[in-house]
Design a protein around this ligand. Structure first.
Ligand code: 9WN
Length: 424
């Protein structure tokens, strides 16, 4: 990535995708994350749409090749070629579970944005054959989330690990994660390329891994863990994305003539939306819930920005979200903050506890645009582009100064830059 500073932004972003290209999928970052991650690949597909659409379809097809028998698409599919590279936890922590395509995987999932990426790709570069295969697979995953992961019939999936939310150490998980007895994790290889203060703490890692061990001990029975496991939350951010994913899947299914999937997906999107709106507060905000205590986790953080993706969002909620992300607690000149600036727990450089992330900023912009707030969407995209212009395709950004944080050549930052360049 030499000479990066002098390259036009779009060229630099494309270089980052190519640099992280693992062949049939894209590493989130070649050094820091040398395997396939679920929602990272969906963002990568959005980026590849602008460079090589066939490669974008390939990215999603490789993702669903790791889909398990129960239709869950795992959060990590391990790359055996990366064995010599440092990433922990390794497959044994999950019990060496493997996918039909032979790759070891984790035994949890991640935000289901692949259908959102597929719609993005399909609308720009339609391929009916690829879409047919992907629609069927993604529909299965959505069903898994709405059935196997909803033992209580609440209408929302239960998440069993903070890693499933994609916002690993977000403040809202402190209470439910705090109940987990940490285990010793050993060497923090995630701190070789990124400074320790920018990563989750040792204490959090001890709890993340303890949860993986508990799941393994319980035989990874997904419904049982969702009903009685040690960590159980409703993440409104994840649920909104699932509603949007069902909505987008319905649109593609309809256009390729898969009418049963289209109908079922539209009903699922509407039901999930109704479930979320039923538990909205007077301001229209929907909060994550700690299902073990029954308490709402009323933290103003990135999940609020994701609320913008609620399909056909009521205008009053869209307005409230726009105010928070554009000039309120989550506003930054560089995108959307992961935690409210005024929150006493805000840590400006630590991971999901303060910094700005491009993927959240971009999804929020997409939601605002769909809600008819085109100028709000453009403003967010220009903030995202400002961050990348100033310091490059960093993993995340300090919200006040725009300083680059985390890894240096990050796929979803590059992908959302490529998308934003064509949208603003
Ligand atoms: C654990 C890959 C992933 C993202 C997550 C982000 C981070 C992993 C880690 O990196 O999580 O899954 O090792 O820290 O929190 O959202 O998908 O980029």
């Amino acid at each position: 990535m030499t000479g990066a500073k002098t390259m036009p932004l779009g060229v630099l972003a494309a270089e980052v995708l190519r640099y992280n290209d693992a062949g049939s999928y894209t590493f989130p970052d070649r050094d820091q994350y040398p395997h396939q991650w679920n929602w990272d690949s969906a963002f990568a597909a959005i980026g590849w749409t602008h460079i090589d659409p066939e490669r974008a379809y390939g990215e999603l097809l490789t993702l669903v090749a790791a889909q398990r028998g129960d239709a869950m698409v795992p959060h990590i599919a391990y790359d055996s070629r990366s064995a010599a590279k440092a990433y922990r936890p390794e497959p044994d922590v999950w019990g060496n579970v493997s996918a039909p395509d032979g790759r070891f995987t984790s035994a949890i999932t991640q935000p289901p944005i692949a259908a959102i990426a597929l719609r993005y790709l399909y609308e720009r570069r339609p391929s009916v054959d690829h879409a047919r295969e992907l629609v069927t697979r993604l529909h299965g995953w959505h069903r898994f989330l709405l059935a196997a992961r909803d033992p209580g019939g609440t209408g929302e999936p239960v998440l069993i690990h903070p890693w499933e939310t994609g916002r690993d150490d977000a403040l809202e998980w402190d209470a439910p994660l705090g109940r987990i007895e940490p285990v010793a994790f050993g060497s923090r290889v995630d701190q070789i390329h990124v400074d320790a203060p920018e990563r989750p703490t040792d204490d959090e890692y001890g709890r993340f891994v303890a949860l993986a061990q508990a799941g393994r001990a319980a035989g990874w029975k997904q419904t049982e863990l969702a009903a009685n496991g040690p960590f159980r939350v409703h993440d409104s951010g994840f649920s909104v994305l699932l509603a949007a994913a069902c909505h987008d899947l319905a649109a593609i299914a309809k256009s390729i003539g898969s009418l049963d999937i289209a109908r079922e997906s539209e009903v699922a999107a509407n039901d999930l939306k109704a479930t979320l709106l039923r538990r909205a507060d007077d301001d229209g905000m929907v909060w994550p819930v700690d299902l073990r205590s029954g308490e709402e986790l009323r933290v103003i953080s990135a999940h609020i920005a994701l609320l913008a993706m609620l399909p056909d969002i009521p205008p009053v909620i869209a307005k409230r979200v726009a105010a928070i992300v554009l000039e309120g607690e989550l506003a930054s000149d560089f995108g959307v903050r992961s935690l409210g600036a005024g929150d006493p727990a805000c840590e400006p450089v630590r991971y999901w506890r303060g910094p700005v992330w491009a993927n959240i900023t971009w999804l929020c912009a997409l939601g605002l645009e769909r809600a008819g707030n085109v100028s709000g969407a453009q403003e967010l995209r220009s903030r995202l582009l400002r961050a990348a212009t100033d310091v490059g395709m960093r993993e995340y950004f300090e919200a006040s100064s725009g300083a680059g944080l985390g890894s240096h050549a990050f796929t979803w930052t590059a992908a959302t830059v490529l998308a934003s360049l064509t949208e603003s």
